[in-house]
Design a protein around this ligand. Structure first.
Ligand code: SAH
Ligand code: SF4
Length: 347
């Protein structure tokens, strides 16, 4: 049997792969690569059918107290025009998301403590009162009591990437963050029964293919409800401005496929950064294992100021433009838009 056949046998019987096997998959070329993508797309269809769930994302604040070296809205980037969207405006945007046929709102921001546990709790409650949307938050690290309170107020899900599973690399990228603390947030959210999503940045400066393989194993070992990954894209006004992503573009897509092989039931989004590195990046990701699309639903006037990385698509479009564009994309792929909230298959 070839190595690929051995790997597929293991995947079929839900056995975990070892790091060498993941590295082999990350290095596949030609026919083998074609076969990897067919396999991941097949597993996506087996477990999730042709349904794609739409989760409208509202980037409601670009204030951030942290200084992650890769991120365009890091605290010390003084060129950012900072904004916070008023609570009522957030609720209005949620209503538009619902009217556009999207069934989840994802509220994302920098680590902005102006939005206290209480204020965010009130936003969650208002969304639940005034819409039928599922609520996902992605606000960074908070205390267990706050996560618990948000869950009580109706929060369904939370996204918090570990960014890298390599502690030394984590420290190299995060001057004011702690790996163990971030990991404990993920574990706390899972313990509280919140559907939890995490993932990594692919190609942080100096990252090796072996480290990336370990990232895939690490995240798969967390038994996540959702796995969100994307390429590191250098931003001109950050300490990593002149760092190059060490991997070629194909690796970014291979990572999606491998995650699908190892996490059959997880929801995997085609994240926005794929459109920044390839004109049809998100469509390709949806054909290589992903089953979630997150249209940009931030009111248009704020979009240009939420640039975590350059080349982000959709900054000049309105919410309505994005809603109709995504419907077209999904139709062209021969897939269907999910009508229900698309909760975790693991519940
Ligand atoms: N502040 C929150 C949520 C917003 S940041 C948090 O950090 O969890 C959301 C994600 O954007 C981060 O997890 C990171 O993986 C990604 N990101 C930041 N800068 C990026 C860059 N230069 N290229 C690609 N992704 C980036
Ligand atoms: Fe802030 Fe998140 Fe960017 Fe880090 S990645 S600087 S926490 S917005």
């Amino acid at each position: 049997m070839s190595m690929l056949e051995v790997i597929y046998e293991k995947v079929n019987s839900d056995n975990i792969l070892n790091a060498d096997e993941i590295v082999a998959l990350l290095n596949t070329q030609g026919e083998d690569l074609h076969s990897l993508y067919s396999k991941s797309d097949f597993i996506r269809k087996q477990f999730h059918g042709d349904t794609i769930y739409l989760r409208g994302i509202i980037e409601f604040s670009n204030y951030c107290s942290k200084n992650c070296y890769y991120c365009g809205i890091r605290h010390d980037n003084l060129e950012v025009n900072r904004y916070r969207i008023a609570v009522q405006e957030i609720i209005e945007a949620c209503k538009m998301i619902e009217q556009a046929g999207q069934t989840t709102v994802v509220l994302q921001s920098g680590e902005d403590y102006y939005f206290t546990g209480e204020i965010v709790g009130e936003i969650i409650a208002a969304i639940k009162r005034e819409t039928g949307l599922a609520v996902t938050l992605s606000l960074g690290e908070r205390d267990e009591e706050i996560y618990r309170y948000w869950k009580e107020m109706g929060m369904d899900r939370y996204l918090i990437r570990i960014e890298t599973s390599d502690k030394a690399l984590f420290e190299m990228c995060h001057p004011d963050d702690d790996f163990d603390q971030r990991l404990s947030c993920i574990k706390t959210l899972k313990k509280l029964g919140v559907q939890t999503g995490s993932g990594v940045l692919i190609g942080l400066p100096g990252q090796t293919i072996e480290q990336l393989a370990r990232d895939i194993l690490f995240c798969s070992g967390l038994d996540l409800d959702m796995i969100g990954v994307g390429p590191f894209i250098p931003h001109h006004n950050t300490p990593f401005a002149n760092e190059l992503n060490p991997f070629d573009k194909e690796v970014f897509f291979k990572v999606i496929a491998i995650f699908r092989l190892l996490n059959k039931a997880a929801h995997i989004p085609a994240t926005t950064a794929y459109d920044a590195i390839h004109p049809h990046g998100r469509d390709l990701v949806l054909q290589r294992g992903a089953n979630i699309f997150m249209p940009n639903s931030t009111p248009q006037k704020y979009r240009n100021d939420y640039q975590l990385y350059p080349g982000k698509p959709c900054v000049d479009e309105s919410m309505a433009d994005c809603a109709s564009c995504v419907a077209g994309r999904i139709k062209r792929l021969g897939r269907l838009i999910g009508k229900d909230q698309g909760h975790s298959l693991k519940l």
